[in-house]
Design a protein around this ligand. Structure first.
Ligand SMILES: [Zn+2]
Length: 271
């Protein structure tokens, strides 16, 4: 088996878990090398803890998530929230990508709601061409093969809805994906309920079934996308299995990096 290397880059420690955690679990199970990166330390993601306390807690949560999912590495870069697509941040990303030598690099899209998501997407996309230009960051040699870049799913429709070029079902690893998400306790059980007005939310008073139902609400967005990606799933898994898929993670190829056919992009994303 050819071992593949996947590098998923989100803005915050939990973005990759939600957007490609199932795919990562399947890749890791199949013996491939997966690395998650959070471009910020996520330090504004709490209403009670200080920024320093939040960053420290989230670093530990990312490590717990790594152990739970079985991926190779979960790196949280030491930038506070409020990241910008500066030249320095681009160069840091060029070196990170070259050192990891990924087959695939995944990022948010540029039309995401969160300024950190947009900036992280810009930083990653700004490397897509120059990562293979030796005179950029000359201290770090370019990889032998240019990685293919792609985007992780979002539901934003302006200026253009997400286009699924690849779809990976995660019904088969749903329980583990939920456990991986649950590692980010400060987010799913504290910050996110607070941020949507659930000030009385207390995870310690919930049964396991209620906690599972709460976590599943964050995966609702995948249901619609999965329906739209049905033809891809049927081609990939066969019509019978493809029709049964409820939840899939979706990926769109970026036009800025090395291009492969849609069929090959799906193959590349499959574990
Ligand atoms: Zn985020």
């Amino acid at each position: 088996m050819e071992q593949k290397r996947l590098l998923a880059i989100g803005a915050h420690p939990d973005d990759c878990d939600i957007l490609c955690g199932g795919t990562a679990i399947k890749w890791a199970k199949a013996g491939h090398i997966v690395k998650f990166v959070s471009v910020t330390n996520g330090d504004t993601g709490h209403a009670v803890l200080s920024r320093a306390e939040t960053a420290a807690a989230r670093k530990k949560e990312a490590e717990a998530s790594r152990r739970m999912s079985g991926i190779f590495e979960y790196q949280v870069l030491d930038h506070p929230c409020g990241i910008e697509a500066s030249l320095g941040n681009r160069e840091e990303m060029i070196r990170l990508i070259r050192n990891f030598r990924p087959d695939v690099v995944l990022a948010h899209r540029l039309c995401d709601y969160h300024p950190d998501h947009r900036a992280a997407a810009q930083i990653v996309l700004d490397t897509a061409y120059v990562v293979m230009v030796p005179h950029n960051c000359e201290d770090t040699p370019i990889p032998q093969k240019a990685p293919v870049y792609g985007h992780m799913h979002d539901g934003f429709r302006e200026p253009r809805p997400f286009r699924a070029d690849a779809a990976i079902e995660f019904d088969s690893v749903l329980e583990l994906k939920l456990k991986v998400m649950e590692c980010h306790r400060t987010q799913f059980y504290e910050w996110l309920p607070w941020s949507v007005g659930r000030r009385d939310f207390d995870a310690s008073k919930l049964s396991d079934r209620e906690k599972r139902a709460w976590l599943l609400t964050f995966l609702e967005r995948f249901k619609k996308g999965t329906a739209a990606a049905r033809p891809i799933l049927c081609r990939s898994l066969g019509a019978r299995a493809g029709k049964k898929v409820v939840l899939a993670e979706l990926f769109e190829q970026s036009p800025y990096s090395r291009q492969v056919s849609r069929r090959d992009f799906q193959k590349l994303m499959e574990p």
